[in-house]
Design a binder for this molecule. Structure first.
Ligand code: ADP
Length: 188
């Protein structure tokens, strides 16, 4: 499917405000890819598809995870984590995306993972800091992102972890491992 038709298909899956967010992630992913040496074409494609399943009924997202040997432990944690894995699955099976780098960037854009690739980092950070985002600390993240992908991502994960702590919610452990790994990367 060409880019224009893919964009039209994605736009149909979500309300207008989430589509504007997707446009912001596309723009920011390309800027960050060029800044930090990732592939801007792959960044654009991952960004287009990253929230494809975000507004699907949660049972449909859970069914994809159950039926396709995706990480079952996700089902014990916040439903917001599910659309990323479901989205990567749909990108592959419905849209024929077979580039694992792109699929991983979609798959891990919410939780992160240890050993994030450059493309994973770019898309995940773009999701935090696209121009439509307005949460406490986002300006700081954008400033840090002028010079460090890893430090900006750590600031992003810190804000998510603080939010989850403040709400008394469970934290998907992979995000903690991701943060530790990024801290190690900036020390080395
Ligand atoms: N490690 C985690 N453990 C539990 N919930 C998480 C974790 N990471 C993210 N979330 C949940 O996912 C939300 C963010 O998901 P995301 O895909 O970035 O959504 P949005 O684009 O709407 O911000 C957080 O606000 C939080 O509720």
């Amino acid at each position: 499917m060409n880019r224009e038709r893919l964009i039209a298909a994605v736009q149909q899956q979500m309300p207008e405000r989430r589509w504007l967010h997707t446009l912001g992630v596309m723009e920011t992913s390309v800027v960050l890819a060029k800044r930090f040496g990732a592939d801007p074409v792959k960044a654009d494609l991952a960004a287009i598809l990253h929230d494809y399943c975000k507004y699907w009924p949660v049972q449909d997202q859970a069914n994809i995870i159950r039926a396709n040997q995706l990480p079952q432990d996700l089902l014990d944690y916040d439903k917001e984590l599910w659309h990323s894995h479901a989205g990567a699955y749909i990108a592959k099976t419905e849209f024929g995306i077979d580039d694992e780098e792109i699929l991983d960037a979609i798959r891990y854009h919410t939780s992160g993972r240890e050993g994030m690739t450059l493309l994973d980092k770019v898309v995940c950070l773009a999701d935090y800091m696209e121009p439509g985002r307005d949460f406490p600390g986002v300006h700081n993240i954008r400033e840090i992102a002028e010079h460090s992908l890893e430090k900006a991502l750590i600031a992003g994960f810190d804000s998510t972890i603080s939010f989850l702590l403040s709400k008394g919610k469970r934290i998907y452990p992979l995000t903690i491992l991701t943060r530790n790994d990024l801290l190690k990367q900036i020390q080395d």
